[in-house]
Design a protein around this ligand. Sequence first.
Ligand SMILES: C[S@@+](CC[C@H](N)C(=O)[O-])C[C@H]1O[C@@H](n2cnc3c(N)ncnc32)[C@H](O)[C@@H]1O
Length: 259
Amino acid sequence: MPRSEHRVHREVVSYVRRSARMNPSQAKAWESHASRLIIPVPQRELSASVHPEAHVDWDAAFGRRAPLAVEIGSGRGEALVALAEQHPDWNLVAFEVFQPAVASTLSRIARHGVENVRIVLANGVEGLDRLFAPHSIIELWTFFPDPWHKPRHHKRRLVSPEFAALVASRLTRDGVWRLATDWSDYAEAMREVLDAAPGLVNPHAGWAPRFAERPVTKYEARGLAAGRAVHDLEYRPVPRVGDLVHRRPHPGPRTEVPL
Ligand SMILES: C[S@@+](CC[C@H](N)C(=O)[O-])C[C@H]1O[C@@H](n2cnc3c(N)ncnc32)[C@H](O)[C@@H]1O
């Protein structure tokens, strides 16, 4: 895979390092499903990092070739599994750094019987950069990223100009980046960064309608109960001269090829 020119070796990360202690049911789910559903990736010296030379053969990891969609910060997997059920013809890769949440996701995957999800227990920013070829992802989802409220922590927010450039480089020409947040100031900051991102366009010119396939997660429900408004955003790569002015019908094309 071509090495990216994007510098995302930031030690300033978008997540909190928390204890990996799992409760008994999470430990059981981990033991039962991790070897099948977790994709191990070589790390740098930092935990949750992705080594610059890491590589994953996604067709082999899923046992088939299909359009790739990615979620970064999948939490307990509520949106991930709902989206996997709605897109059985896509291969879904989730990045999450918090092991107990990943264990809960494994258990949800098993309960719902979805076969088209794999999880990487690592920093999704580095993963997107290092494990995916340019223009290889049909959709990217970043739902309710950590808000990092304090001004001195804003640099830890997932949505930044550098990350926007990376996303633009990884989406297919008709790809879509869907975001949601229940923090109005972060929503405004996302709009400011992404509306100015040279590689992306906002097809709605403002907030996107709620992404209908996205379920209300526990996290979102808490925000709503606290009286916060939820904003959805959607960005697409800038069309190039010569690209067909054509938007992928919904749902995406059935291009699954058994290996
Ligand atoms: C506020 S929670 C939201 C979880 C989920 N999207 C939802 O809506 O319920 C944000 C999650 O993103 C994860 N996270 C933050 N930055 C990440 C990164 N760079 N790579 C992978 N996971 C990340 C955190 O560990 C946390 O579980």
